[in-house]
Design a protein around this ligand. Structure first.
Ligand code: G1P
Length: 295
């Protein structure tokens, strides 16, 4: 099997974070001291992927600058002998082979993924959405790649969510039969952002996918769906409904996920990640306890 590439759609407008995202891409918002998108790139790299395509829109040059080197700064830090900071600066440019393509018009996630067709070529590929951060101690993407290699199916990551939040996600109907020994289930249907009453289950699609190359053909003919956008969920529904294909498999994730797409969740993600860190946790934990006691 060829080495897998990853696609990171990052063309969204980030309207929920205005005015912070007026001139800065939401993917560059810091989560503790790293831009959100760097966590996602690091996750792909930890799963063995070293070729990453980021789908960007207008106003997103800060993303490509971040993954480029900054010779002036590196020389200065080297002269000062500041190895720690030098390492942090060079890490993002040494991580992987990162490419960029523009989406043009923002016509939805399915359309953004379709923009990766030429770069991806004829192999399967992973898609990672930047709003969902998966804790580096959990190996979701590795499990998904393994499930794809075993079954040939499109693989989605599923997570149980409360009824009040289900309308924000693609939702899967599953047949309950585990397709292998892991936590993988057969997905029989997918629906984008249903009302709680119409949701086929409480299993939401979170932002990780391992897709066969065939998805591009399906996306080419996928008509605008929810919100007038070309939805990746609708293309996956077509694969799930095809009795002759390998279908769609869901890997049920029960690990640590941080949602940075919503303001309150973004703040929670920063606190959770900072508290767990050796350099910040010891200072923050007692302060948080006192702060919470005073609420
Ligand atoms: C997208 C997908 C949705 C998925 C979600 C995961 O929606 O369309 O199916 O459940 O990501 O975060 P978005 O959050 O971009 O509106």
């Amino acid at each position: 099997m060829k080495k897998m590439k990853a696609v990171i759609p990052a063309a969204g407008l980030g309207t929920r974070f205005l005015p912070a995202t007026k001139a800065m891409p939401k993917e560059m918002l810091p989560v503790v001291d790293k831009p959100a998108i760097q966590y996602v790139v690091e996750e792909a790299v930890s799963a063995g992927i070293d070729d990453i395509l980021v789908i960007i829109g207008r106003n997103k040059n800060a993303i490509s600058d971040h993954f480029d080197s900054v010779p002036e700064l590196e020389v200065r830090l080297r002269q000062k002998g500041d190895k720690g900071r030098l390492e942090r600066v060079t890490k993002s440019s040494d991580l992987a082979d990162i490419h960029f393509v523009r989406q043009g018009e923002p016509k939805g996630l399915g359309h953004a993924v379709l923009r990766a067709r030429t770069h991806v070529g004829d192999s399967s590929f992973a898609v990672l959405l930047g709003d969902d951060l998966i804790d580096e101690r959990d190996s979701l993407l590795i499990e998904m790649i393994a499930a794809h290699e075993r079954t040939g199916a499109a693989v989605v990551a599923l997570m149980e969510v409360d009824a009040e939040h289900i309308h924000m996600y693609g939702v899967a109907a599953v047949d309950g039969v585990h397709v292998d020994d892991g936590d993988s289930v057969k997905v029989t249907a997918l629906v984008e952002k249903p009302n709680a009453e119409d949701a086929p289950s409480n299993l939401a699609v979170i932002g990780r996918y391992v897709l066969p190359q065939h998805i591009f053909e399906v996306l080419e003919r996928t008509q605008p769906g929810k919100g007038g956008e070309i939805q990746l969920t609708d293309a996956l529904q077509e694969l799930a409904a095809d009795p002759d294909g390998p279908g769609v498999v869901g890997v049920v994730f029960r690990g640590r996920r941080y949602d940075t797409g919503d303001r309150a969740d973004y703040i929670k993600a920063i606190v959770q990640l900072a508290v767990d860190r050796d350099d910040l946790g010891p200072d923050l934990r007692p302060w948080l306890k006192d702060f919470a006691a005073g609420l």
